[in-house]
Design a protein around this ligand. Structure first.
Ligand SMILES: *Cc1c(COP(=O)(O)O)cnc(C)c1O
Length: 405
């Protein structure tokens, strides 16, 4: 076989993504190398997925060990890795029951279906309204993209699932006004990731909790991006002092292997009776074996504390950079989910800045047109942070210079 080339992408793949011109072939920790052997620092972390960086030896061992034993059985048989992971998730969180699937969208799809079904079982089919928020992101299936708060992601895909309403994020007054007994669920991210790295106000999440209780609605917390240590607690709800009815987790859970889950209390889970929902690969032994190892490592106090320390380091350096070049003002988000909000003259240019960073050898993300986002490994070494920030500064200097010209 000949060596794969970037041009093949445009020939053979559907054009819904626009990947960088280079092709990475290897990663180790927070560094990656492309086909030419050029090295990059990874502040993108596969979009908040590579929680322990690339090729973490414990994850490689968990995966290869399981790969030599049993790959797949489907859910007609229980497997040891799925049982272990479910038990671990229950022990580490508020949850009593777990549903496994393969992606964040599927976890949210399961959560939304479960909420509708729970309302149907307990209150009747008129209780079907779902409240969601502007700029939210919950995935790309038709149900989850409809719950998401970006109209352009739904455009042209109708007819869409009904009885889903969007309210302004962090607006308790609007929430109060929209709530009624026909609401079956509220779905919300503790920190809007794709929507611009905006943390919910604690009082806002607590108001959702209170209104859900008053109206017998379920609170679904989408922790696909914020979960698994990303914000400095194992799950973000633990930092907000709010316990949801259903929580979804994906992205970092498998540290790069596709595995996701919806978690709930036992009484809620009762509504997913035999045959009501399913997934062929959900609970795949390899994904579960890797996820168990990820949770073992990330749930340790040292790793979680390290997230907060790294946050401080990033924030301090980014503030200095932002001030020096007048490029960004606000640094927002929580833990190692970091958003740098571009100042007025550079608004709409986050993508150009991301490309400039790539050229200097550091991967970053964007969240909308005017926010530079970073979601590095939770255990990124000190020297990689320093080196990555140096490269980012070079990119910023070039970028600011060329924008002036
Ligand atoms: C990424 C993301 C999803 C979708 O996850 P996929 O694995 O891409 O389906 C859902 N919710 C949030 C908050 C996300 O960040």
């Amino acid at each position: 076989m000949s060596t794969a080339q970037r041009e093949w992408y445009d020939s053979y793949l559907m054009p819904n993504y626009a990947p960088a011109p280079m092709i990475p072939v290897r990663g180790s920790g927070s560094r990656m190398w492309d086909q030419e052997g050029r090295e990059y620092i990874d502040f993108a972390g596969g979009i908040a997925v590579n929680a322990l960086g690339h090729a973490h030896p414990d994850l490689v061992a968990a995966l290869t060990d399981q790969a030599g034993r049993l790959w797949h059985t489907a859910n007609i048989l229980a497997t040891e890795p799925a049982l272990n992971l479910a038990r671990q998730l229950v022990e580490l969180t508020f949850a009593e029951k777990v549903f496994f699937c393969n992606s964040g969208a599927e976890a949210n799809e399961a959560a939304l279906k479960l909420a509708r079904r729970y309302a149907f079982d307990h209150h009747g089919k008129q209780k079907d309204r779902i409240l969601a928020f502007d700029n939210a992101f919950h995935g790309r299936t038709l149900f989850t993209v409809t719950a998401g708060g970006q109209a352009n992601y739904r455009e042209g895909f109708g007819p869409l699932p009904g009885a889903i309403e969007h309210l302004p994020f962090n607006d308790t007054k609007a929430l109060n006004e929209a709530f009624a007994d026909d609401v079956c669920a509220v779905i919300v991210e503790p920190v809007q990731g794709e929507g611009g790295v905006i943390a919910a106000d604690k009082t806002f999440l607590q108001a959702i909790r209170r209104l859900c209780d008053e109206h017998h609605a379920l609170m679904i917390l989408d922790e696909v991006q914020t979960g698994v240590g990303r914000v400095g607690t194992l799950y973000a709800y633990q930092a907000f002092d709010v316990v949801p009815d259903i929580l979804t987790t994906g992205k970092g859970l498998g540290g790069g292997f596709p595995v996701a889950a919806a978690l709930s209390k036992a009484d809620v889970a009762e509504s997913l009776k035999v045959g009501t929902h399913g997934s062929t690969w959900g609970g795949n032994p390899m994904g579960c074996a890797v996820a168990s190892t990820v949770l073992d490592i990330v749930s340790s106090e040292a790793v979680l504390k390290g997230v907060s320390e790294r946050r401080q380091r990033f924030e301090k350096a980014l503030r200095t950079l932002g001030d020096k070049y007048g490029l960004f003002g606000e640094i927002r988000g929580m833990g190692l989910l970091i958003g740098c909000v571009l100042n007025e003259p550079w608004q709409g240019k986050a993508r150009d800045l991301m490309h400039a960073a790539q050229e200097e050898g550091v991967f970053v993300l964007i969240a909308g047109a005017s926010v530079l986002r970073m979601a590095p490994s939770l255990i990124i070494p000190e020297e990689d942070i320093a080196e990555g920030l140096e490269r980012l500064e070079r990119a910023i200097a070039c970028f600011c210079e060329s924008e002036k010209a």
